[in-house]
Design a protein around this ligand. Structure first.
Ligand SMILES: NC(=O)c1ccc[n+]([C@@H]2O[C@H](COP(=O)([O-])OP(=O)(O)OC[C@H]3O[C@@H](n4cnc5c(N)ncnc54)[C@H](OP(=O)(O)O)[C@@H]3O)[C@@H](O)[C@H]2O)c1
Length: 199
C-alpha cells in the first residue's frame, strides 16, 4: 500500500485522482502497488481519511461541483498533511514566483518529515532551488523527488535521461518542441493568430 497526499485539485489534480480511481486495478495487477489517497487539498480545504478517501463517490464529485468540503470526509489543516501517515506528497499547486513558499519549502519540510515528493510544479521551485532541494532529499536518507510532469508529461524525457540511456553519454540535443503550450501557440500563429490574441 502506498499512501499519498495530493496538494491541488485543479486540472492536473482532479485528473490524477480520476486516473488513480479508474486504473486502480491496473496499478495493482501490473505494478503490484495499491495507491491510497489519504488526503486532498485545495486552497481552502484539506480532506483526509486515513484508510483512503472515496475518490469516486466523494472527493472528485465534490470538487468538480465546486466545493471540496462537501466530500464526506474529515477535514484537517494544510500543515497537518506532514503529520499524517503518507509516504508521498504530490504537489499539483501553482508555485509562487520565487518558488519558495509554494514549492521549495513544502519539499524541504516533506523530506525532513521522511516523505518522498512528486511535483508537476513548473520552473520556480526546481529551476531556482534545484541544488538545495536535491541536497536536502539526499541528506534525509535518500528521499526521492520525481518531476517528470513538469516538462512534457506525456514524453518521458527525464526518465529517459536518468534511467533508460545509462550508461550512454548525452552529447547534444537537437532542437524540438516539447511543450504543448508552445505547440498550441505556434499552431495558432501559423493560422494567422498573433501572440497577443487571447487563446
Ligand atoms: N495544466 C497543465 O497542463 C500542467 C501541465 C504540467 C504542469 N502543470 C503544473 O501543475 C500545477 C497545477 O496546474 P493546474 O493546471 O492543475 O492548476 P489549477 O487548475 O489552477 O489548480 C491548482 C490547484 O491548486 C490549489 N491551490 C492553489 N493554492 C493553494 C494553496 N495555497 N494551498 C492548497 N492548494 C492550493 C487550487 O485550489 P482551488 O481549487 O481552491 O483554487 C487548485 O485546486 C501547476 O504547478 C502547473 O504549473 C500544469
Amino acid at each position: 500500500m502506498m499512501d499519498i497526499s495530493v496538494l491541488g485539485a485543479g486540472n492536473v489534480g482532479l485528473n490524477l485522482l480520476r486516473i488513480l480511481k479508474e486504473k486502480r486495478d491496473v496499478f495493482r495487477s501490473r505494478y503490484r502497488v495499491d495507491i491510497n489517497v489519504v488526503s486532498v487539498s485545495d486552497s481552502r480545504t484539506t480532506v483526509f481519511e486515513p484508510n483512503g478517501l472515496d475518490l469516486g463517490g466523494e472527493v472528485i464529485e465534490a470538487k468538480a461541483s465546486g466545493n471540496l468540503s462537501r466530500a464526506e470526509a474529515k477535514t484537517i489543516s494544510f500543515d497537518e498533511i506532514f503529520d499524517i501517515d503518507n509516504e508521498v506528497i504530490v504537489d499539483l499547486m501553482p508555485a509562487t514566483q520565487d518558488g519558495v513558499r509554494g514549492g521549495r519549502d513544502i519539499y524541504m519540510k516533506a523530506f525532513r518529515k521522511g516523505r518522498h515528493v512528486v511535483t508537476a510544479n513548473k520552473a520556480p521551485p526546481l529551476a531556482l532551488h534545484w541544488a538545495q532541494i536535491m541536497e536536502e532529499a539526499a541528506s534525509r536518507g535518500g528521499k526521492m523527488i520525481r518531476y517528470e510532469a513538469t516538462v512534457a508529461g506525456g514524453v518521458p524525457l527525464f526518465s529517459f535521461r536518468d534511467y533508460c540511456i545509462t550508461p550512454s553519454e548525452v552529447i547534444s540535443f537537437r532542437g524540438g518542441i516539447v511543450s504543448l503550450t508552445v505547440n498550441l501557440v505556434m499552431r495558432m500563429m501559423a493560422r494567422g493568430g498573433t501572440a497577443s490574441r487571447k487563446l
